[in-house]
Write a protein that binds this ligand. Structure first.
Ligand code: UFG
Length: 327
């Protein structure tokens, strides 16, 4: 299949491009390279450099490449930032998605995969969280993905566009020592912890230890980027059998303190941690029930141990202590 991958030079997008090509698809990446990296682009993928807020550019890529399917990764993705700058999410994320969807509908694209998020379940106490759980976004970021999921419902209803909404829990790890996580600024727990181990930061700050969890710190379901990528390839193959929504996680929760402790073991570095205040928008516990995608698509995560996840990330960070080096 000929597929368009927005954000294909980003962390999860670039990992997915590798597997799409391995599965025999042809790939064109649409990326503005603001958060993505040229060095993360697969040499066999074509690049169309452009911004999704530029509708004319979106129309051009559709006309030029005539994709049969779209995987939409490009997005602002930070829970904390979205609490500070809600319109960056409620406006830009939604408008970018609308530009893409409207153009896709006009150009007859009938397959669409959305990167959605566990932050749809911001205020939740039924753990693990399956797809029937009520959607109560924890932040403007989660809300922006919720709005896009709703819009997809109407794309299917009005245009017969089959979609998969994949709600990632906490993406992590690296697919190889040369393809990993490089954000600027970095705000995610695992890369920050590993930057302490590299000597680039003095300590990691724990955002609150007064949550209603076993050790008081937030619990997250860390799912490896290889396993997320695999889910996209499987979902794309299944779209002709109808639209679908999946929660994507390992089904195991690790607290912030547990992640830091595991990183100390993997790196052999003491990784000092200091306690700070809570970060607005952070739910206490997010752990996925992924039975639906396991049952329907046979998806099985390969990386279920925190140690294996951290080892893969650590290999990337050691090989690329300054990330892709293009900042
Ligand atoms: N944390 C710290 N200190 C830090 C950074 C993070 O204690 O310096 C904590 C956070 O409070 C949170 C946990 O570590 O409890 C994980 O935080 P991340 O920033 O790594 O990830 P988030 O859970 O905020 O968000 C990520 C993605 C979102 C996605 C979400 C789904 O960035 O896009 O997972 O759970 F929606």
């Amino acid at each position: 299949m000929k597929v368009l991958v927005t954000g294909g030079a980003g962390y999860i997008g670039s990992a997915t491009v590798v597997q799409l090509l391995e599965a025999g698809h042809r790939v064109v990446v649409f990326d503005n390279l603001c958060q993505g990296h040229r060095a993360a682009l697969h040499p066999e993928a074509a690049l169309f450099e452009g911004d999704l807020l530029d509708r004319a550019a979106v129309d051009r890529v559709m006309a030029e490449y005539a994709p049969e399917g779209i995987l939409h990764f490009a997005s602002h993705t930070l829970v904390g930032e979205s609490m500070e700058r809600p319109f960056l999410y409620l406006d830009d994320n939604v408008r970018a998605g609308l530009n893409l969807l409207e153009s896709a509908a006009e150009h007859g694209v009938r397959r669409f995969i959305l990167s959605s998020t566990a932050n749809l379940f911001g205020l939740h106490d039924r753990i693990p969280i399956d797809e029937s759980a009520p959607v109560v976004p924890g932040s403007p970021y989660g809300e922006s993905k919720h709005l896009l999921e709703r819009i997809l419902h109407w794309m299917d209803d009005r245009f017969g566009m089959r979609y998969a909404a994949l709600r990632y829990f906490n993406a992590c790890g690296a697919v190889s020592p040369d393809l990993g996580e490089d954000h600027d600024p970095e705000t995610h727990l695992i890369p920050l912890v590993l930057q302490v181990a590299l000597g680039q930061r003095e300590h990691v700050t724990i955002f609150g230890d007064d949550y209603d969890t076993p050790d008081g710190t937030c619990v997250r379901d860390y799912v490896h980027v290889y396993d997320l990528a695999r889910a996209h390839v499987l979902a794309l193959q299944a779209l002709d059998r109808g639209s679908r929504t999946y929660n994507l996680g390992n089904g195991r929760g690790f607290s912030v303190r547990e992640v830091i402790e595991a990183a100390r073991e993997v790196t052999g570095h003491p990784i000092p941690a200091v306690l700070g205040p809570r970060r607005p928008g952070d739910p206490a516990v997010l752990v996925a029930a992924s039975d639906r995608i396991r049952g329907e698509l046979g998806w099985e995560p390969r990386y279920t141990e925190m140690r294996d996840i951290l080892e893969s990330a650590w290999r990337w960070h050691q090989a690329h202590p300054r990330g892709y080096g293009d900042r």
